[in-house]
Structures are given as C-alpha cells and as structure tokens.
Design a protein around this ligand. Structure first.
Ligand SMILES: Nc1nc2c(c(=O)[nH]1)N[C@H]1C(S)=C(S)[C@@H](COP(=O)(O)OP(=O)(O)OC[C@H]3O[C@@H](n4cnc5c(=O)[nH]c(N)nc54)[C@H](O)[C@@H]3O)O[C@H]1N2
Ligand SMILES: Nc1nc2c(c(=O)[nH]1)N[C@H]1C(S)=C(S)[C@@H](COP(=O)(O)OP(=O)(O)OC[C@H]3O[C@@H](n4cnc5c(=O)[nH]c(N)nc54)[C@H](O)[C@@H]3O)O[C@H]1N2
Ligand code: SF4
Ligand SMILES: [Mo]
Length: 827
C-alpha cells in the first residue's frame, strides 16, 4: 500500500515550501534536500525570529492552553500557557508532542479521491490528488441529488471530538437546512453518555459536572481515571497536589476500580470492585447514610419530629418526612434501599463489609464531599442505575452547588451568528419527506434507543442491515469508528457499501475506506474556538490561533462544511454564502465579549487571539444554609425562588433533585418493555445484575492511560515509547493478568497469549500484575492499529475493539465497553 506518499505531488510540495511553514515540509522525503540546504543557509544569515501563538492542546478533552513557539516558520516547542486557568504553565506528558502531529510525515497532503473500487484492509485505496473545487463539488452534487430524490436522510455526518461553534457547532444547522435527521451524529454514546444521562434522570440537566475539588474534604470515585484520564487530566494532577500536599486538612480520597492504577495507588482507600457492581456499593452507602442519620438536612429535609425512622428492612411512612430539595426519598427507601445493607453489597461487589461501612461513614460524616463516577461505573448494561445511585449520594450529603461540591458548567458570552439560519429554511427543509424518517441509529425511536442522545455504534450495523434503511453517503469528522467502535469489523462491511468522505488529516482506518478525503488542517494550523469542557463552572472559552500557515493543501473542517453548504441549491446555499467562512463566524462570536469582558481583559477578537482564553469568575450559583443563592458582585446573597432553581439548577418537572425520576417514570412503559425492569422500581436508582456478553470467563477492561490520546495517538512514536515498559509498544500489547489466574491457565509471565470472545480472537503478551483482580484482565485500547501511518500500522492482532461486543445500556445508549467476557490461553 503506497497511499502515504501519493498525496505529495511535486506541485503541492512546491506550494508548501512557499509558505511560512516551509521548514516543516522538509523532513518529508529525499526530494526535499535542496530546500533544506537553502533554508539552513538562510537561517545562518537572517536573524531568527520567534513568535508565540496561543492554542489548545488536541490530544484529549482537557483543553489545556498552550504557548506554541515558532522560529523562522518552524514550530519547535509547546509549553503550557502560564496565564491559562487549566494549564497554569503545566502540561501532561502528551501536551508537548503536538510538533509530531504537525510534522507527521504520513499526513494527507491535500484532497484526494479513491480510484480502487474495492475496499478492505488489504486494498490500496489508490488515492489520487484532486482540487478542492472538484472535491467539494463532488460532495455537493451527491447531496443535491439525494435531496432532489427526497432521500436526503440517506446522508449522515458523524463526529467525535467536536471543539466549538466554528466546527461541530455548525453541523446542526447544516442538518436542519439540508434535511437529514442524521446530521450530525456524535460519538457521545461511545464516549461517556452513561454519565450525562444518568445525571439527567435525577437532576434534569444532562451534562458532565464541574467540581470544586480545592474546597472538598473527601472524594469518593467510582471508575474514574482521575490521574490517568478524567477531564481535565492535567489540572486534576495539579489539584491532586494541592488536595493531598498543601491543603489542611488533606482531602481524603477513596477510589473504586478493578485494578490498582495510579489513582488507586495514590488514594487513602482503594476498593477493587467486581466489574459492573458499583451501583450496589453506592446503594449500600446510601443505606448507611440514612440508617445512621448522616444525611444533610438543609438539602434533603428531615422527619417532621426529628426522629430517624430509617431502620434496615423497615418501611417508612412518607407523610412523616418533609423533603426539601429532593423528591422521592422515602419512596426510594421503601422500594429499594431498606434492604441494601453493607452485608448484601459485600456479596455482590466482592468487597469487605467493613470497608463498605467505613467508606459510607467517612463519606457521610465528611463535609464537603463529592461522589464522582465515569466510564468504569457506567459502561455496563446496568450503567444508568449505577450512575444514578452514585449521583444520588451527592444529594444525600448536600453537595449540589455547594462550596467544595459539584455543579454544572456555564457557557461563554458569545455573540450571535452573522445571520439567522431560520431565515434560510425552504419548504423541503421544513416539511420534506425526510421529516418522517427515523434516525439511522434509532436514537429517539421507540424501536431503538428512545432516551439516548446518540447511538453512533449502531450506525454501521443498521445501515448494513438496511434497518431502518441504507445510507448513501457518510462523512466523518474526528471519528474513526472502524477502529474505535465495538466490533468495528461490522463497520468495515458497512462502509464498503457507502460513499465515504473523511476529513481526517491522518490515514486512519476509516479513511482507508473513504472515497473522498477532504483533509482538515492540524490543530496548530487552524483558527478554531473551543469552550471549556466542564471545569470549575465559571464560563471560559478558548481560541486556537494558527502557529504556521498550513503546510499542505488542507482546509479547516468548519470551512469545508461552509463550502459544501454554499454549493447546496436554494436558500441553504445563500445561508452559507452569508456566513462566508469560519473566521467571520468566530469574529461574530467574539463580539459578545464587548459587553462582557473576561477577567483577563479579553473583549474582542484581537485580544482573544492575543490571550487565547476568555473567562469570567466566579461561578454565580451557590447552595448556602438550605437556600440557593446568586452572586451579587461581591457575595452570594440573592436568594433564588423555587422557579429560578427549576429554570437553572434542577431542570426536572418538580424543580427538585428527583430520587424518584419523573423523566424515567414518564417513559415507564417503554422502559419496562425494553429492559424487563419492574415498573415499580425502574424510576429509582436500584440494583440490577449486569449482562456480560462475549462467552468467556474473564472480564476485559480497556482503560485510558496517561500517554493515550484517544484514538489519535498511535502515530506518535514518543507517546507509544513511553507506554512501552509496562503497557506495550510497537507490535506489543501487554495484558495485565493476576499471577494466580495466569498460572491456572499455564501462562508464564511475559509470554504470548490469545484472547477470545464470541467475535474472534486477538493476541498479546501477558504481564503478571498482583494489582489486577483475578477475574479481570486489563489492557489499554491504544494498540492494534492496521492503519494510521507508517509507524502505527501493522500492529495487529492486538486491538481490543475486535473482541468487544456491541452491547449498550438501553436508557443512556452508552456502549458497554467494560463488560465483555473473554477467555485467555497460551498462544
Ligand atoms: N490520558 C487520557 N485522558 C483522556 C483520554 C485519553 O484518551 N487519554 N480520553 C478522554 C475521554 S474521550 C474520556 S471519555 C475520558 C474517560 O475518563 P474515565 O472514565 O475516567 O477513564 P476510563 O479509563 O475510561 O475509565 C476509568 C476507570 O474505570 C475502571 N473500570 C472499568 N470497569 C470498572 C467497573 O466496573 N467498576 C469500576 N469502579 N471501575 C471500572 C478502569 O479500570 C479505569 O481505571 O477520559 C478523557 N481523558
Ligand atoms: N475498546 C475500546 N474502545 C473505545 C474506548 C475504550 O475504552 N475501549 N473508548 C471510547 C471513547 S471514550 C471514545 S471518546 C472513542 C473515541 O473514538 P473516535 O470517536 O473514533 O475518536 P478518535 O479516536 O479521537 O478520532 C480519531 C479520528 O480523528 C482523526 N483526527 C485526528 N486529528 C484530527 C484533526 O485535527 N481533524 C480531523 N478532522 N480529524 C482528526 C483521526 O485520524 C481519526 O480518524 O473511542 C471509544 N472506543
Ligand atoms: S491533559 Fe490533555 S489537553 Fe492537557 S496537555 Fe495533556 S493531552 Fe493535552
Ligand atoms: Mo470518550
């Protein structure tokens, strides 16, 4: 396969050499030598000039602010911005590696089309360079034709890491003006919707939380890679140092996981739980908090006479309890909690009863305390129930919007878009036949996933099966489902039938199945906005400022979308002509800062570019003394009415934190039918055994590790080299296994093994590790690419996705990545 070099035509190389980024291009091949010598000669005579541009790291969702150092047109250093609230001058070990991404010799060099009609791992796509004009016209023509035939729903746009209003933010409008329910489908169900939607069931918000760690005195973490992955990773390490090294009293930490990772190793208490059973632990903690009278009365309320009637196994009369900001506490107790004792949970979770009791008492008596959970707890068939049980603990101890508690992230003060899309809606967009079509992933559909946000993992399988229909054209932005979806082999078959457009700058697995490549600029080359992921709650948004002119004939994805839009017939085309380009969009967003300048003085586009970040402290809501209050400019004094709390803080029907979820209850028939759950219980956090498909006898867990950059780091030799001593490297995958488990199966330390599930088998090398549960094996998902660049590819077999069953939580749609059972044997 020689696709890696085809993109670099002599014309393009000369174009690239003519840019300020010329020196970036010179490492690419023998033909560049003359230019290199010329450049060196120039560098020797001309005085060097170093400029620093502001940007945001691209390797994970922490969104650390970076200072990019460019000297004589070549980026040579990336440091954490000192004046950025997340990085504070620091980066995680992946942050400085952006130069390798910019100068990756295997990048796509410009738009290309496929010439080989056959698709497969061993098929050379035969990509040949084309002009942007031809590339964009090709997409627009397909889209116009589908629309003319009334089949616009057969166009899907899928995305992974969307950054802001100037990229993923443009997609929803594109879908509504064009007329497809499948524009756009995010990867959130393959990521962490289990977190977002379990929270929504109780508090009505539906987002990740922001946390006030620095003021918390205890953290209780369930399946959270706090020192490996949890967002924002770099800042977590900083705040960990503060919580554990500086703060008095030290913040106590209990971490629940299935192996000893860095987080557990650094905690006060490490609980190695049986996979999928975190909900049982949380229910038992709630049981103890209630029976021992440890709940936070100003938030939860109390028995009218102050006498605690929560006694194990005994029902309570709801009329005796006066609830404050929660709804359904006594119903929850009577239906579920009264029997969920630590002794019961010990059986289910395999933890010691005394540890469960000690954890519950510590959590229930320490204020402020926070219960956090992420993918470890919710990436299971019972994930929504686990997540709800854990999230509810925060209500019992009164941590919502409290100092040292958790809250929700505020958005930035962006100005409006240059024009209003509503003015450009034609009759087809408003009433066309597409309106009657379900989404291809059956999100929002009674036959599929009625309550989920996205179901990207179903798109490939559904299109292949023609249920609900077959797609015609699919476009990808920052997602590579052939490699990252569970059982991605099915996607390979699905994409064989479709016209595939990929915007990746890199030759990932899905790109190898593309018919058209419309490569994005890499992050150091593009102007892009990026509001923060939930951090400390106060609003913050950042800007990527190009450090160099694009090295190649690439185009920012947001502009690619706008350019396609301009070519769609009718008013939609006019809308995109009016938007013009992403810089225009970003300049309009920045106009919002004029009336609401950031704390660092950013009040327009130019100052945003210079500082890289706009933010505004403090967080405006605070729970104090039983009331929700707002910031008055100096203190939290403005008491919020119940209606205001309902509008802003608990967006449930009751305006309360609903331990009895009204949202789930209003969908009770559907839930009971699809999950078999007891209609009397399904609205409460409750215990349900997880379903473990795969057919093996060991749980397989594939966590994020510190050097892992989602599915985007494989062609970064430095990152993979850092994984090498313990986690594998090029052509090696180390699988953590408990020595007793290995010996039983005749597997010696360091030897080759075969892992199998119902879907097939892969190979790797076993590494004895006492810190891994005997019933579980662990290995990172970073390995096992068959594409993604010269260095990354040919690492099969060893990709866990190939033996991970595509099973999802019916409510949240969360893909159960940590739930497949596999068997292991010497290879
Ligand atoms: N370094 C790094 N950081 C990242 C990313 C990255 O690629 N690299 N990606 C980002 C993305 S996209 C996401 S979604 C977040 C994810 O952030 P997290 O959800 O925090 O990370 P994961 O590694 O998916 O899972 C966390 C932990 O769950 C454990 N676990 C598995 N099963 C169970 C279980 O049944 N119970 C319990 N208690 N634990 C279990 C795993 O061993 C792992 O340590 O990270 C983000 N941050
Ligand atoms: N087995 C297993 N699988 C998992 C997980 C797991 O724990 N275990 N974790 C899951 C999680 S949490 C997530 S979030 C998903 C992530 O999975 P995806 O949604 O697939 O996201 P990435 O892997 O980050 O996206 C990679 C794609 O983006 C392209 N790309 C890289 N840089 C750029 C750029 O600047 N512009 C554009 N346009 N494209 C770019 C890459 O070339 C590649 O094609 O994976 C999931 N998959
Ligand atoms: S934590 Fe994430 S965003 Fe920050 S430097 Fe590391 S990889 Fe980049
Ligand atoms: Mo994710």
């Amino acid at each position: 396969m020689d696709i890696l070099n085809t993109g670099l035509s002599r014309r393009r190389f000369l174009q690239a050499s003519g840019t300020a980024g010329a020196l970036g291009a010179v490492g690419l091949g023998g033909g560049a030598l003359t230019t290199l010598h010329e450049a060196e000669a120039q560098a020797a005579t001309a005085p060097s000039e170093t400029k620093i541009t502001k940007n945001i790291c691209h390797q994970c969702p922490a969104r650390c602010g970076i200072d990019v150092y460019t000297t004589d047109g070549r980026v040579h250093a990336i440091y954490g911005s000192a004046d950025h609230p997340i990085s504070n001058g620091k980066l995680c070990p992946k942050g400085p590696l952006g130069t390798y991404i910019l100068y990756d010799p295997d990048r796509f060099k410009g738009p290309m089309k496929r010439t080989n009609p056959n698709k497969g791992r061993d098929e050379d796509p035969g990509f040949v360079p084309i002009s942007w004009e031809e590339a964009l016209d090709t997409v627009a023509e397909r889209l116009n034709t589908l629309r003319d035939k009334g089949e616009s729903h057969r166009f899907a746009l899928c995305y992974g890491r969307g950054w802001g209003a100037s990229c993923a933010g443009l997609q929803g409008t594109f879908g509504s003006l064009y007329g497809s329910p499948n524009v756009a489908i995010g990867h959130s169900s393959m990521c962490s919707d289990g977190s977002i939607i379990s929270k929504k069931a109780l508090d009505g918000i539906g987002s990740y939380n922001a946390y006030d760690y620095a003021n918390a005195n205890m953290l209780l973490m369930f399946g959270v890679g706090f020192l490996e992955a949890f967002r924002p990773y770099n800042n977590n390490m900083q705040v960990w140092g503060y919580m554990r090294g500086v703060k008095v009293p030290k913040t106590r930490i209990t971490a629940v996981d299935i192996h000893i990772n860095t987080t557990l190793a650094g905690s006060d208490r490490a609980l190695m739980i049986k996979p999928g059973t975190d909900g049982a632990l949380a229910l038992a903690i709630a049981h103890v908090i209630l029976t021992e009278g440890l709940w936070e009365r100003p938030f939860v309320g109390d028995f009218t006479d102050g006498v605690n009637r929560f006694k194990t196994g005994e029902r309570v009369d709801p009329s005796l309890f006066e609830e404050k900001w929660v709804k359904g506490l006594v119903d929850w107790w009577n239906t579920e909690l009264k029997d969920r004792t630590p002794a019961w949970a010990a059986e289910v979770t395999s933890l010691y009863e005394r540890d469960i009791l000690a954890t519950a008492r510590e959590f229930g008596t320490t204020r402020p305390s926070i219960a956090l959970f992420e993918r470890g707890a919710h990436a299971h068939s019972n994930g929504v129930l686990n997540g709800m049980a854990i999230h509810a603990l925060n209500a019992l101890v009164g941590s919502f919007y409290a100092k040292g508690g958790l809250m929700y992230q505020m958005g930035p003060s962006y100005g409006p878009m240059p024009v209003d899309a509503k003015d450009f809606t034609d009759d087809y967009a408003a009433n066309g036949p597409w309106k009657a079509q379900p989404r291809i992933d059956l999100k929002g559909d009674k036959d599929g996933y009625l309550l989920a946000n996205n179901m990207l993992q179903e798109l490939g399988p559904n299109s292949l099966a023609g249920k609900p229909y077959k797609l015609d054209t699919v476009m990808f932005y920052l997602t590579n489902p052939i490699w990252t979806a569970p059982n991605g082999q099915v996607w390979e078959e699905a994409l064989k039938e479709l016209f595939v457009v990929d915007t990746s700058p890199f030759p990932g697995e899905s790109a190898m199945f593309a018919d058209l490549i419309l490569p994005d600029h890499t992050y150091l080359e593009r102007l892009q906005d990026a509001p923060t992921y939930p951090f400390k709650g106060w609003p913050m948004t950042q800007l990527r400022v190009p450090a160099v002119k694009p090295l190649y004939d690439t185009q920012y994805y947001g502009d690619t979308l706008i350019e396609i839009g301009k070519r769609i017939k009718g008013p939609m085309g006019e809308y995109y002509k009016a938007l013009d380009n992403t810089e225009n969009v970003i300049r309009h967003l920045a106009k919002g800062f004029a009336t609401d300048p950031g704390d660092n003085g950013v009040n327009d586009f130019e100052s945003w570019k210079e500082k890289g970040v706009w933010y505004k402290k403090p967080y405006i809501y605070r729970f104090v003394d039983g009331e929700f209050r707002k910031w008055d400019g100096a203190d939290y004094t403005i008491v919020m009415s119940e209606d205001e709390v309902k509008a802003d803080l608990f967006k449930t029907d009751s305006g309360k934190f609903e331990l009895r979820s009204g949202w789930l209850e209003s969908n009770a028939d559907w839930i009971a039918q699809k999950t078999g759950r007891d209609p009397r219980k399904l609205m409460f956090p409750h215990w349900e055994e997880p379903v473990h498909p795969g057919g093996g006898d060991l749980y397989m867990v594939t966590p994020k590790v510190a050097m892992h950059a989602e599915g985007r780091g494989a062609n970064l030799p430095v990152a993979i080299a850092n994984l090498q001593p313990v986690l594998g490297g090029r052509k090696t995958v180390y699988i953590e296994i408990n020595p007793a488990t290995a010996r039983e199966r005749g597997i010696a330390d360091g030897t080759k093994v075969r892992l199998s599930s119902d879907l097939g088998s892969i190979e790797g090398y076993c590494k004895y590790y006492e810190g891994c549960r005997p019933d579980t094996i662990v290995f990172p998902m970073e390995h096992g690419h068959w594409a993604m660049g010269r260095w990354a590819k040919d690492r099969l077999p060893g990709h866990c996705g190939e033996i991970t069953v595509n099973q999802s939580d019916r409510i949240t749609g969360q893909c159960s990545y940590y739930t497949t059972k596999v068997s292991i044997a010497p290879a």
